[in-house]
Design a protein around this ligand. Structure first.
Ligand SMILES: Nc1nc2c(ncn2[C@@H]2O[C@H](COP(=O)(O)OP(=O)(O)OP(=O)(O)O)[C@@H](O)[C@H]2O)c(=O)[nH]1
Ligand SMILES: [Mg+2]
Ligand SMILES: [Zn+2]
Length: 348
């Protein structure tokens, strides 16, 4: 089976109701999970008593791949272990090409990471983790240098989420062609000092666009940031054909573009994937437990464990190593304020 030329490795771009679009080297395959087809197989078995040949012929009229599919399933159905059936956008899969544009997902490959949303039901206890995106490994946090003026408190919020789920963040300050306030330059220096990569880009003069495109290669990246900062403009500059491509994918699924549930991935011509805005909801829905928050501020880390109290929350406790570092100017005041704001649950 490993050498079967019809078995390909692909990436799940999107899906709904048990039908998934899988991107492979030979195009997008509209695919079902093997488990789903098992049900169809059971249905076919039941139909046998009604006259197998007639059922087959009728079925063939509405689905030309039916006979082929059933044959393959019959062959494979003997004594194999069940496969995982929970599939997410971003999953790498083994998919069997059954016909032009049609596939069968046979195996889900191990995930490198997953971004899940805590679905809190009627009771807290029933909260379940729903995976929104698999294998996402990078987030580009886009802000404008001006118009609108950047709000670094919001950037800190995004950064802590990235740190909490170990997603690599890139800070992108767009509209570098516009004149901007001094505090923006100070912030750039600060974020670079604490270890973040800060890109300055502009659509107007294409500054930093090539650099950004390079950084997206071979990654699965989510773009996020406030409205009007130029996220769409950046994506279009990086991938001019993106709009065309998304249109094509919509045709394959036969669905409109305004899907409200689930995320979608878009292939980048340079290699790698871009996650769409549904992933953003998953990201911002993330709640960091208060006791984990300080460690999500990267520059706080060297001081953690050095406070007088083991359970120090670094708010007004005595012998607090974080407050000492703040007083000494080692920790930036604005960043500390962000810590307090997020800790106390203040809106921005
Ligand atoms: N001067 C300047 N304007 C830009 C730049 N990038 C984008 N813009 C403009 O900023 C406005 C907003 O850009 P969008 O790409 O729609 O912003 P967005 O982040 O996708 O906004 P939402 O979709 O609302 O979240 C548009 O008028 C763009 O032309 C830039 O680098 N420099
Ligand atoms: Mg946009
Ligand atoms: Zn402390």
């Amino acid at each position: 089976m490993v050498n079967d030329p019809d078995t390909l490795t692909g990436v799940v771009l999107g899906g709904a109701h048990g039908i998934y679009d899988v991107h492979t080297d030979t195009g997008i395959l509209r695919s079902t999970l093997r488990g789903k087809l098992k049900k169809a197989f059971a249905h076919a078995q039941a139909a046998k008593s009604l006259g197998k040949e007639r059922f087959r012929r009728d079925k063939m009229l509405i689905d030309p791949t039916y006979a082929q599919r059933m044959e393959r399933i019959e062959k494979r159905d003997s004594g194999e272990a069940p496969l995982p059936t929970r599939l997410s956008v971003g999953d790498y899969v083994k998919v069997r090409r059954l016909a032009d544009g049609i596939g069968l997902i046979e195996e889900i490959l191990p995930r490198q990471s997953e971004l899940s949303r805590k679905d809190t039901g009627s009771t807290e206890k029933k909260a379940i983790q729903q995976t929104m995106l698999a294998n996402l490994d990078q987030v580009v946090l886009v802000f404008a240098m001006a118009q609108p003026d950047p709000h670094f408190g919001l950037l800190d919020r995004y950064l802590t989420i990235c740190e909490a789920i170990e997603l690599h963040p890139l800070i992108c300050l767009n509209k570098a062609d516009l004149s901007h306030a001094v505090y923006v330059d100070e912030a750039i220096a600060l974020y670079e000092r604490i270890g973040y990569r800060v890109l300055q880009t502009s659509i107007a003069d294409k500054q930093g666009v090539e650099q950004l495109r390079e950084l997206l290669k071979e990654h699965t990246t989510l773009f996020t940031g406030p409205s009007g900062v130029g996220k769409s403009s950046l994506v279009n500059a990086i991938e001019p054909d993106m709009a065309v491509k998304t249109g094509m994918i919509s045709d394959v699924t036969g669905k409109g573009r305004h899907t409200t549930t689930g995320s979608r991935l878009y292939p980048l011509s340079g290699g790698g994937w871009l996650a769409d805005s549904a992933g953003i909801r998953a990201l911002t829905a993330w709640n960091i437990p208060p006791e984990d928050l300080a460690a999500c501020f990267v520059e706080f880390r060297p001081f953690l464990g050095q406070c007088g109290y083991g359970d120090c929350m670094h708010l007004d406790e005595e012998e607090c190593a974080i407050l000492d570092a703040l007083a000494a100017g080692t920790i930036d005041e604005g960043r500390y304020r962000s810590y307090v704001r997020i800790y106390t649950g203040e809106e921005r």
